[in-house]
Design a protein around this ligand. Structure first.
Ligand code: FE
Length: 174
């Protein structure tokens, strides 16, 4: 309910600003509404451990909620070439576009960038006697995989993801 009120208030504020006329005011109102939309998109989702367990398959739960790793070449997505977007299996946040997917040869679905930088959170991971960078969903903290700096251009990053933490949603090519 407060979110609805916030959106309604933003719409009214944007309408009021736009009503003032003038290019600059129009630009400001667009910024206001864009900013609040972004905020709403990454509003946190949290559930109890029991709720996650209930909502997910055992493998999805083990990977996404317990920081597990699926076996290489086991995911239906590692060599999948459909056009669309890979969303978080837990909360549905859009994470990676098929446009940024590439064949890394590792056996895990790999991408050179997320859909939006703020849709993922990156954290140092000191497990396995080395320091890696863990990648989590910014909305529900699901463990997705790790990011390495041996990817292709244009970012040279390799987001090495667990297919079990992702859900592919097909989209028409623009
Ligand atoms: Fe999520």
């Amino acid at each position: 309910m407060p979110k609805m009120l916030l959106i309604a208030a933003t719409v009214l504020a944007a309408a009021a600003l736009a009503g003032c006329g003038g290019g600059r005011t129009g630009a400001e109102s667009r910024e206001v509404s864009k900013g609040s939309k972004e905020k709403a998109m990454i509003e946190k989702v949290s559930k109890s451990d029991a709720q996650w367990r209930e909502a997910l398959t055992p493998q999805q739960y083990s990977v996404a909620r317990q920081k597990g790793t699926e076996h290489a070449f086991s995911s239906e997505y590692y060599n999948f070439k459909g056009h669309g977007v890979y969303t978080c299996v837990c909360c549905g946040l859009e994470l990676f576009s098929s446009e940024a997917k590439y064949e890394s040869g590792t056996g895990w679905p790999s991408f050179y960038e997320p859909v939006k930088k703020d849709h993922v959170v990156e954290k140092p991971d000191h497990s396995l006697l080395t320091t890696r960078t863990e990648v989590l969903c910014a909305r529900c903290d699901a463990h997705l995989g790790h990011v390495f700096d041996d990817g292709p251009e244009p970012t040279r990053l390799r987001y090495c993801m667990n297919g079990a933490a992702l859900k592919f949603v097909p989209r028409e090519k623009p």
